[in-house]
Every structure is written in structure tokens, then in C-alpha cells.
Design a protein around this ligand. Structure first.
Ligand code: URP
Ligand code: ZN
Ligand code: ZN
Length: 583
């Protein structure tokens, strides 16, 4: 939309009088030039249906021409207790208010997953109120100039492990340090994996709630399932219906600790389907991994390189295929976390081709790195890169990138599971006890921009899709999250495509003392992060507060479950059974 002079604007090619639209909309065109509109109706006003524009443009312009001169400043919109005042002048729409906590991001390109436009974004009390061109701030509205920059939804990282006990250690970022790092890198929400405590899901949920008291940004939980019994089933009910968890992870690896059997997976998948919760799998064949590890030790291979050699990509492919078939058998959607190889990718691709609802999640490290560093003669360097499934030889990451750009894979996570070099050193003489995990919560948004957008593999709109919108849709929190739209949470980043980002353990905000992207220099920098309407990252400075983070309830039955009942009915009909036979 372009400003067109005194009280006129150009909406999709039509000249219209904005105050007339205001009058038509709220029916209160007062002498004091104000009108009352519902809280989101200013943006609706600016997006009136075409028929209204035409009517306004063609019929009303001549009629009101004289009146225009009398009304230089026109509509005021007042709603609820918020008293947002919006006026239209020759230069466009102005917003002002006596209240604090107001922010106007001006002049940027606002990018959503399905649309981008030159527009300004007005925020009040943590919520986006307006997205429209030519907004102007007065009185107490803080203005941020985003000219030449992209204004996008803050990232949502669907896969993290903060303060997680694992392999005898605890990941070295807690909810505060991990989230502060995330905000510095443009991620404004994450979904963390809560683990059961001694197999008890309710206790796991409570333990994670306690950890999250330190939060400085919004978060949600997935819950892991490490065994199957009636109590687990009951707790799943409780977590979904009362506690806002709508996804459960089944580990097909980590034999002896988290790994579950096919029998447990089938029961768990059935329960997930009943509850409308998304089942997730860590897909590696844990029995075969154990065999591979023993083989390496027998061969005298005890260093970090033994890790990837012991769990080749075929074991990831096998487990991915098995999980997909079990999900098909149960007729439930499936979400495959940290897809690291062509083998797994091929299984997902085949399933999606056949119409099966399978979501594939690559992680930043898998898209950007290969396994070469695990052969580094310096143990400290090699051990940093140990994660499961492992980083793969050259060729896999390129295939993952291609699959992300073509839509075979849907969203990018980090699997942020940081262990510092002292923790990693515990496996100096035996790769099997190196705590598995790499950093990424702070780097993901830049790594994806560089690897995928700078290389021309995806557009900025795709970038929004894979870094926030797809996640928000899958976990049923869209458009509260994952969008720059009126009514959405004001979780926003401003990315300058011409600035440079350098990654180093010396400057990052995570507690980990190494960084798997050490020395990366790339074009594109997230200069500003807005979380809950507050500027929390700006000019290289964090402004975050413990306890500010909010737990985000995620309702069950996301779009992935739509129509499953019909597929079930078709299946039952196809059985043509039981056959009624004469006695
Ligand atoms: O190596 C990894 N991925 N560590 C975190 C646990 C997991 O499997 O997600
Ligand atoms: Zn995993
Ligand atoms: Zn993980």
C-alpha cells in the first residue's frame, strides 16, 4: 500500500479515503475525527476486501473531495482498555499512546512464511497490533529503523536439551544461559525434551518445570518415553490434557538407558494417536549400534572417530524405515528428529511420496558440517563433534540441504546438547563414553541463513517457514508463534543481510567452552531480537531477565491429525472382514 496524499491511500491500485473506511467500518465518524475500532481492525481496515476498495475509490472520492481539506488528521481507533490512537496524515498512519511498552519497527521487509511486504510493525504489551506501511510513532513509542533489513518471526527451535542429565553428565547450558544464547542468535522460543525421572513422566515434567523457573524466553516441552506401562499411559493423558504437552519422543537407540522396543513403540504410537500428540523418534538401531561399538573396540579404535564408524548411516536408515512402517501400521503421523543421513532421508521421501504424514527434522549441524573433524588428532577438537546420530561423511549434508529446499524435510532444529571440553574428556580413552551432543541454539538462525539463503537454495519466506512457522504449525501454536501478524506474540528478529556474523567460543553466550562452528564468518546478521515485545538483543548486547520466560501450552490435534479418522474408516472398509460364514 502506498500513501497517496491528504487522507488518501493507494490500496491494491485503488485510491481510497482512509477516514471514509474508518467511518464505514465503525460507524462513528466524529467531529473530533475519531472512530472506535476493535483492537485488530486497523489492520483489517488496511486490508479491506477489494470490493470495498473499489466502491470507496470509484464513488466516494469525488463526493468527499471537499471534506478532505477539512480533515487533515483523521481516524482514532480505541479499543478495550488499550487506547491505541491511530491517525492518518499525509505521510500515512500514525500511532501513539500514553502507555509504555510500545515499539514501532519501521521501514523493513516483513517476511512471513507465505507473504512478504514492505511494512512497519507496531507492538504493544508484547503483542503485534499492526502490520502496515507508513506507520508513524509519536509519544512514548520507541522506533527501530529496519530500512534495508528483514523483519521476521523469531526462531523456534523444536529440539533442545537444556540442563539435561545424559551419559553421566548434565548439558552445560541451563534454562537461563541456553535461552540467553538463543535470544542472542534470534531464537525466541524452543521446545525442550523433558526426560522421565526413573521412568516417571509426571516427575519428569515437574523436574523440567523447576529447571525452567530460570527462563528468560518462551518455551514448551516434549516428553520422552523410556518404557511402557499403565502409569506411563495415564501420565501421557495428564500431560496432554492438562499440561500442554503434545509430543512424545521414543528413543530407538541408547540401549540400556532410554531405548525402547518395537512393542513399546507400537503401544506408545497408539496412545499418541488417541491423544492427538505427535510421536517423535530418535531413529538408530540401538542393538546394531552396540554391536558396532564392540567391533570398533575389538579393532583397537577407541578415539572419537570410532563413534561414527560404529553407527553408520544404514543403521539410521533402518530405524527410520522401521518407525515409518510402524507409524503407518498404527495410522499416526510421525516426526523424525535429527535426520542426519541420505539413508534416513530416502525413507522419509518414499513415505511422503506415498502420502504418509512424516515430518523430517534436520539439525543445523547436520546441514552445515560433516564428520571430518572427528578424525582430528587433537582429541579436544574431535570430541566436540560427537553427537548421535553422528555427523556424516561429505555428501550427506548436501542431500539434506536439497531435501530441505524441496520440502522433503520441513523444519530445522539444533539438538542443542552442549557438553564442555572437560565433560567430553571423560571419553578420552573410550569414544563410547564421550557425552553425545553439540551446540547450536545460538547459531541455528545464522547457519540456516548462510547455508540455505545466501547459497540461493531457499528464499527468505522459506527461511521463515523452516525456522519458525512450520514448527508452530506442527506443534499447534500458530499463529501465536511463527508469524508477524496482528495478534501474534511480538517475538521478532531484524536481520541485516549486508552485515557480517562471526562465530567463536570467545564471543558466544552459551556456557560451552568450544563451538562446532568456530571461525565461521558469514553474511547476514540478526541485529535485533524482540521477545515478548521487549528488545532483548541489540548492538551486540543482551538485556534478559530470569523468570521472564513463559511456558507455552501446546494443544493436541494439530493439522497433522486432520482426516485420520477418514483414513481409519477407509482401512476398516478395505478389510472386507469379518466374513460371515455359515456355522
Ligand atoms: O547427540 C545427541 N543428539 N545428544 C542429545 C540426545 C539426543 O539423542 O537427542
Ligand atoms: Zn536423539
Ligand atoms: Zn536431541
Amino acid at each position: 500500500m502506498r500513501d497517496f496524499g491528504f487522507g488518501f491511500r493507494k490500496l491494491r491500485g485503488q485510491r481510497i479515503r482512509t477516514e471514509w473506511l474508518c467511518k464505514r467500518r465503525c460507524g462513528c465518524y466524529n467531529l473530533d475525527r475519531t472512530c472506535a475500532l476493535p483492537s485488530n481492525s486497523r489492520s483489517q481496515l488496511l486490508n479491506e476486501p477489494r470490493i470495498m476498495e473499489r466502491f470507496a475509490g470509484l464513488l466516494m472520492f469525488p463526493l468527499f473531495f471537499v471534506i478532505v481539506a477539512c480533515f487533515l488528521v483523521v481516524s482514532a481507533c480505541s479499543l478495550g482498555g488499550d487506547e491505541l490512537i491511530c491517525t492518518v496524515e499525509s505521510q500515512g498512519l500514525e500511532c501513539s499512546s500514553q502507555q509504555t511498552n510500545k515499539l514501532l519497527i519501521q521501514g523493513g521487509i516483513v517476511v512471513n512464511a507465505d507473504f512478504q511486504q514492505q511494512a512497519d510493525v507496531y507492538i504493544e504489551h508484547g503483542i503485534i497490533k499492526l502490520v502496515a506501511p507508513n506507520l508513524k510513532a509519536v509519544d512514548g513509542v520507541r522506533v527501530i529503523d529496519a530500512t534495508g533489513k528483514f523483519v521476521m518471526p523469531g526462531g523456534i527451535d523444536p529440539h533442545t536439551h537444556l540442563a539435561m542429565p545424559f551419559m553421566g553428565q548434565e548439558t552445560c547450558d541451563d534454562y537461563f544461559s541456553g535461552q540467553a544464547a538463543a535470544l542472542a542468535g534470534g531464537t525466541t522460543m524452543h521446545i525442550d525434551f523433558a526426560l522421565p525421572v526413573d521412568g516417571n513422566l509426571a516427575a519428569g515434567y515437574q523436574a523440567w518445570m523447576k529447571k525452567a523457573e530460570e527462563s528468560c524466553m518462551d518455551y514448551g516441552f516434549h516428553m520422552a518415553i523410556s518404557k511402557w506401562n499403565d502409569d506411563v499411559a495415564k501420565d501421557m493423558d495428564w500431560l496432554v490434557k492438562e499440561k500442554g504437552i503434545n509430543s512424545f519422543k521414543f528413543f530407538m537407540a541408547y540401549k540400556g538407558s532410554l531405548m525402547v522396543s518395537d512393542e513399546e513403540i507400537i503401544q506408545g504410537f497408539k496412545k499418541c494417536k488417541e491423544l492427538g500428540a505427535v510421536p517423535q523418534v530418535h531413529a538408530e538401531n540401538g542393538d546394531a549400534v552396540e554391536e558396532g561399538q564392540n567391533r570398533m573396540i575389538q579393532l583397537g579404535i577407541t578415539g572419537p572417530e570410532g563413534h561414527s564408524l560404529s553407527r553408520p548411516s544404514m543403521l539410521e536408515g533402518e530405524a527410520t524405515g522401521r518407525a515409518i512402517r510402524l507409524a503407518k501400521f498404527v495410522n499416526t503421523p510421525l516426526y523424525v528428529v535429527h535426520v542426519m543421513s541420505i539413508d534416513a532421508l530416502d525413507e522419509i521421501s518414499r513415505a511422503r511420496h506415498s502420502g504418509q504424514r512424516v515430518i523430517g527434522e534436520p539439525v543445523a549441524s547436520g546441514l552445515a558440517l560433516d564428520d571430518s573433524k572427528t578424525w582430528d588428532p587433537d582429541f579436544k577438537i574431535a570430541a566436540q563433534y560427537i553427537m548421535s546420530p553422528p555427523l556424516r561423511p561429505a555428501g550427506h549434508k548436501e542431500a539434506l540441504q536439497a531435501a530441505l529446499s524441496s520440502g522433503i524435510l520441513q523444519l530445522v532444529a539444533t539438538d542443542h546438547a552442549p557438553f564442555n571440553s572437560t565433560q567430553k574428556a571423560l571419553g578420552k580413552h573410550d569414544f563410547r563414553v564421550i557425552p553425545n551432543g553439540v551446540n547450536g541454539i545460538e547459531e541455528r538462525m545464522h547457519i540456516v541463513w548462510d547455508t540455505m539463503v545466501n547459497s540461493g537454495k531457499i528464499s527468505p519466506m522459506d527461511y521463515v517457514r523452516v525456522t519458525s512457522a512450520a514448527c508452530a504449525k506442527i506443534f499447534n501454536i500458530y499463529p501465536r508463534k511463527g508469524a508477524v501478524l496482528p495478534g501474534s506474540d511480538a517475538d521478532i528478529i531484524i536481520l541485516n543481510p549486508n552485515a557480517t556474523t562471526t562465530i567463536s567460543a570467545k564471543t558466544h553466550h552459551s556456557r560451552i567452552d568450544t563451538n562446532v562452528y568456530e571461525g565461521w564468518i558469514m553474511k547476514g546478521n540478526i541485529e535485533v531480537t524482540v521477545s515478548q515485545g521487549n528488545v532483548v538483543w541489540e548492538k551486540g548486547t543482551l538485556n534478559v531477565h530470569r523468570g521472564k520466560g513463559r511456558y507455552v501450552y501446546m494443544k493436541p490435534f494439530s493439522y497433522l491429525f486432520d482426516g485420520l479418522d477418514k483414513l481409519d474408516a477407509t482401512y476398516l472398509t478395505s478389510l472386507r472382514a469379518p466374513v460371515h460364514r455359515a456355522a
